[in-house]
Ligand binder design. Structure first.
Ligand SMILES: Nc1ncnc2c1ncn2[C@@H]1O[C@H](COP(=O)(O)OP(=O)(O)OP(=O)(O)O)[C@@H](O)[C@H]1O
Length: 303
């Protein structure tokens, strides 16, 4: 069975439907990115999974959930805007969080020391007040607090969106490391972050999942690419020859470059290069121009 099964989850706030009929399952050991623009419903889904919001309808089922449906032991959650007791030191904050998660004082102290090392906070930094921490340090401390009780599933709401490039890199590296120990579900509106750490994506638009799968599979499905072939002269002659290839859909001519559109870019590239080599064409450029991840997302939501 999957670690988590979500069936037809709907969440309404008065007359606003923020999440509509969302279904997905989550295998153990995966890192899944919930991706979508502002207002797509990401926070609502994550807060519902974390047990902080009640679904309007639908079901959320965890593996081994037990009769009392207490899912808190399985889940670690870091909200989009975590609140820290800034007057505490990082070390005090983690010990306190461990006790709130029902660890004994001793267990909590031991786990705190382990986690300070894991999140890259030195002994000295652990003894500093949180008010003096950088954004990246606070975010890593937030993650440590979320995993203090060794949950099976870590839920992170926009964990890197507000960070500078250094903080962002540190948190992404930490997530990469944590992937070996637990499943991770995180939200982001930045496709490159999702691409970097996740195994699979759930693309959310207006409260609905509009696409899902691995980044490679989605690229394969939505990728548009163009082959750009440049010649010094006789462009019309070569345009005619390329256009005659059965693999080619259309061609646009722009100055001394031909823009070749085709469904199967790899095969078309191979065919053009074969003819070019056989006939010794005087190529000046040969370039595959791939659509960006953002272009891909726009194609998915506009489908
Ligand atoms: N408490 C609330 N009451 C009414 N509407 C809400 C409430 N919380 C969220 N919404 C609305 O529900 C929709 C989804 O919001 P949600 O915060 O889940 O989206 P999001 O994808 O996390 O966006 P962001 O990236 O901006 O945080 C939005 O239209 C939002 O305005």
């Amino acid at each position: 069975m999957s670690l988590l099964n979500v069936q037809n989850l709907t969440k309404k706030y008065k007359n606003k439907t923020a999440v509509h009929n969302v279904s997905f399952s989550f295998q153990s050991g995966k890192c899944i990115a919930l991706i979508g623009p502002n207002g797509a419903g990401k926070t609502t889904i994550l807060r519902t999974l974390a047990g902080l919001l009640k679904p309007s309808s639908g079901t959320i089922q965890f593996e081994d959930e037990g009769a009392n449906h207490d899912i808190r032991q399985y889940i670690g959650y870091l909200p989009q805007f975590p609140v820290f007791h800034s007057w505490m030191t990082g070390r005090e904050f983690l010990i306190h969080s461990g006790e709130l998660a029902h660890l004994s004082k001793e267990e909590s102290k031991q786990r705190t020391e382990e986690l300070l090392i894991k999140i890259g906070l030195s002994d000295e930094a652990g003894n500093e007040r949180i008010s003096r921490y950088s954004g990246g340090m606070k975010q890593r401390l937030g993650i440590a607090q979320a995993i203090i009780h060794k949950p099976k599933l870590l839920i992170l709401d926009e964990p890197v969106s507000s960070l500078d490039p250094i903080g962002r890199r540190q948190v992404l590296l930490l997530m990469e490391e944590l992937k070996n120990e637990m499943s991770i579900l995180f939200s982001t509106h930045i496709l490159t972050d999702a691409d970097e750490v996740s195994d699979e994506l759930l693309l959310l638009h207006n409260g609905e999942i509009v696409e899902s799968g691995s980044m490679d599979a989605l690229r394969q499905k939505y990728q548009t690419a163009q082959i750009e072939v440049g010649f010094e002269n006789d462009l019309e002659k070569y345009a005619e020859k390329i256009n005659a290839l059965p693999e080619v859909d259309t061609i646009q001519v722009e100055r001394n470059i031909l823009h070749v559109n085709a469904t199967d870019i790899s095969l078309t590239r191979q065919k053009i290069l074969e003819v070019a080599s056989d006939e010794n064409w005087p190529l000046t450029t040969f370039h595959i121009n791939r659509a960006s991840l953002e272009d891909m997302f726009m194609r998915v939501v506009n489908n």
